[in-house]
Design a protein around this ligand. Structure first.
Ligand SMILES: [Zn+2]
Length: 270
């Protein structure tokens, strides 16, 4: 009897889920077919790197690179290694960035995708190196670089070494620019702090998913500063678009076509 109840509960969980924003109960199949966007309120649920790559690039075209490097606890920061180990076993990835080569309608692109599920997508030395190598691959091949951002900022457990990644990745953007390789950044929820304040905000084109949180200091810190009254939609994609910080908000379903058009317009080649 008890087993039967558990089975029914499991079947319910397999078939339904609740929207993280409006709390409406959704059919899982419909939710998956809609790229994890709530059909009721339009909330774009966070994606892991693997799913993002599947949704965006030509089927089976992604080839992962930079798999020979790993994070190092250089500062012996308390609990860092155990947190890293937990994140690695949870996500099955060595870091929050997955980088490599892919194709968009058969045009090659250098890509890096951030996974917020890995220690909040924080940028440490490994993430910085992967972003840098992605941009350098684009520059070397003179093809577009596409980076999906999802990060709370720099990884505090790596101290100054993580802050150094801000300068390193920004310098790599300049390398793309010097050879005319376009760099497109896509902000997803959230794109904050050290990532926003470095390579992400100097891209040639900046797109964002709807309602993504985008900012430097968090809303709570900004409110505590009390310099001005904070509007309700402060640091949302819609707010930063109104203030000219990003170029366009693109729903997930249109992202692949938009990126493909941009790559063609800005110089993607076969
Ligand atoms: Zn919803």
């Amino acid at each position: 009897m008890r087993l039967g109840v558990r089975r029914r509960e499991q079947r319910f969980q397999d078939a339904f889920l609740q929207c993280a924003s409006c709390r409406k109960t959704l059919f899982r199949r419909e939710f998956d077919q809609g790229m994890m966007v709530c059909p009721n309120c339009g909330h774009h649920h966070r994606l892991n790197a693997k799913t993002r790559i599947e949704y965006t690039f030509d089927e089976g075209s992604f080839v992962e690179e930079d798999t020979d490097i790993q994070s190092v606890d250089t500062l012996s920061f308390p609990d860092y290694q155990s947190k890293l180990d937990q994140a690695i076993s949870k996500t099955g990835q060595p870091d929050g960035i997955v980088s490599g080569m892919a194709k968009l309608e058969e045009n090659p692109v250098a890509v890096a995708v951030s996974d917020f599920g890995f220690m909040g997508g924080s940028m440490g030395s490994l993430a910085g190196e992967k972003i840098t190598r992605t941009l350098e691959r684009a520059a070397d091949k003179k093809i577009p670089a596409i980076v999906f951002c999802a990060s709370g900022g720099a990884r505090m457990q790596e101290g100054l070494l993580s802050l150094m990644q801000m300068a390193k990745t920004t310098a790599a953007v300049e390398r793309c620019r010097s050879v005319g390789a376009p760099f497109i950044a896509v902000f997803t929820d959230p794109t904050m702090a050290g990532v926003l304040a470095s390579y992400a905000s100097v891209a040639d084109v900046i797109l964002s998913e709807p309602r993504a949180l985008i900012g430097f200091a968090g809303t709570r810190v900004s409110k505590q500063a009390q310099v001005v009254k904070i509007p309700d939609d402060f640091q949302t994609a819609e707010w930063v678009l109104r203030h000219g910080f990003i170029d366009r908000i693109v729903p997930r379903r249109e992202m692949r076509d938009t990126l493909s058009d941009l790559c063609r317009l800005l110089g993607g080649r076969k």
